[in-house]
Design a protein. Structure first.
Length: 96
């Protein structure tokens, strides 16, 4: 597993574990690439924290305080900050 503090922008194949410490409000998104719901959250481990984007059923499934593992995620830059996402090919799993 990687540490949050070591993640770089445009890094792919990210595997990281942490705790969801904050969830923000849901947004409904509809464009040519995506239709559904998106929610921003914060993932924290002992090295730091990073914003993470939850999509569709993950918004419902993942709760504040859950320990999760992101498998095959990627890091992008959004409004000057690093942001993690599972994207099309990754997934977020609840550990506990």
């Amino acid at each position: 597993n990687m540490k949050i503090s070591e993640l770089g922008i445009n890094q792919g194949r990210v595997e990281v574990e942490g705790i969801i410490v904050k969830k923000r409000s849901l947004r409904r998104v509809e464009n040519e690439k995506f239709k559904g719901i998106v929610q921003e959250a914060v993932l924290k481990d002992d090295s730091g924290e990073i914003k993470i984007t939850l999509w569709n059923e993950d918004c419902e499934k993942i709760k504040e305080g859950d320990k999760v593992k992101l498998v095959n995620g990627f890091v992008k830059e959004f409004q000057g900050e690093k942001q993690l996402s599972a994207g099309k090919f990754g997934r977020i799993e609840k550990i506990s």
